[in-house]
Design a protein around this ligand. Sequence first.
Ligand code: ATP
Ligand code: MG
Length: 324
Amino acid sequence: MTLLSVRGLYKTYGSGASSLPAVRGVDLELGRGETLALVGESGCGKSSTARVVVGLARPTSGSVLLNGENLHERLHDRTVRRQAQMVFQHPDQSLNPHFTVGRTIAEPARLLDDGGKGDVEARVVEALRTVGLGPEYLKRRSRELSGGQQQRVAIARALICDPELVVLDEPTASLDQSVRSRVVALLRQLQSERQVGYLFISHDLTTVRRLADRVAVMYLGRIVEIAPTEELFEDPQHPYTKALLAAAPIADPRRRNKVVPLAGETPSPARLPVGCAFQDRCPLVHDVCRTHQPLLEPSSRLHDVECFAVPTPAALAGVQSGER
Ligand SMILES: Nc1ncnc2c1ncn2[C@@H]1O[C@H](COP(=O)(O)OP(=O)(O)OP(=O)(O)O)[C@@H](O)[C@H]1O
Ligand SMILES: [Mg+2]
């Protein structure tokens, strides 16, 4: 059974004239031991998706299935809830600075465990060891630690209940380059030991390429492209993905002259146009993009794209049979 299945997810903040549709119909699947990266510009809805996926926020509509169980219908059930944990971007904000490391890591175990899993203290020491910190850290307070150490503590805290899914929301963004590499190596090692699935949110495309098995690209609340990592980086299809990759420092010089840089500002999710949300920045925009919402369709095996300008097999079949 699929570890995580997100179906038709919508998340709207506020209501009436001030409502803001942050997530607009997201479908995702993630398998055991797999890493799916979620990338896209600031404000496109990555963290909103993440918070709903771990049960920290409710969906406006749609569902999140963990091992086939509807998470938001089972939030009272600790065995369902502890399957999904989250690591946040700023450990200095997500960890209570006054708590000791020992108390910080133990907290989810005390809240979510059924008591049958042995001595919490011994497990805290073990969790600390797993992230490369010795027992001498138990009595230290989070505010006395470096950013890298704090993020290790946050990872230990996420792992103590032995979750099957960890949502990592820009876990290395606040760390410098060398610490970032060590945390990424740790995440990979933990994944191979425990077969934990990662939903990995990041602006850092170099790390995404190193860590992810598949990448989903989000634009204004929708997934516009999803593909195996190497395929996405080597053969992006959506004009937004092309621009996003071109803007990154690792852009392939052979590809640079084939892409059109991203023009204009990201429109606000509060004032979305009819049709495709990318239309005003898109070099390939066509009349149909201003009247109809494109849908995510397979462009090849395991590679889905949401764009009228990308000839997917389904679109071509439609043209041939005169439907489009
Ligand atoms: N609690 C909230 N109340 C109202 N609006 C919100 C709330 N959280 C997020 N938003 C809005 O929803 C949209 C998506 O925000 P979200 O934080 O999910 O984006 P993001 O992709 O994680 O961005 P970033 O890369 O900057 O972290 C934004 O327009 C944001 O302002
Ligand atoms: Mg965010």
